[in-house]
Design a protein around this ligand. Sequence first.
Ligand code: SF4
Ligand code: SF4
Length: 96
Amino acid sequence: MDTITNVVTHNKCSGCSACFSSCPKGAITMQMNREGFMEPVIDKQKCINCNLCNKVCPILIDTVSTTQETIPPTYAGWNKDKRIREQSSSGGIFLS
Ligand code: SF4
Ligand code: SF4
């Protein structure tokens, strides 16, 4: 199984901090990388290899769940009235 280190190494980390929040040992800190993005850094002295950080990482979860069978149907739509569309961030779909 991948580790969050690999997520970071392959530039797939979104910096969501879920791994940081999940760690029971406080072994993860979020630090700014050279490009100005926050990413997790693991203190291997504190890590007990419980794997919780990998289980909550949305990037690693996506690699497991994004199969043909699990991709949900996706729909798009917008209001036909241009004035409503221009006043709505949803494209006028959720007009009240
Ligand atoms: S494996 Fe467990 S202890 Fe180690 S960094 Fe991840 S959540 Fe923390
Ligand atoms: S949970 Fe995954 S995507 Fe989120 S900060 Fe940690 S490594 Fe990056």
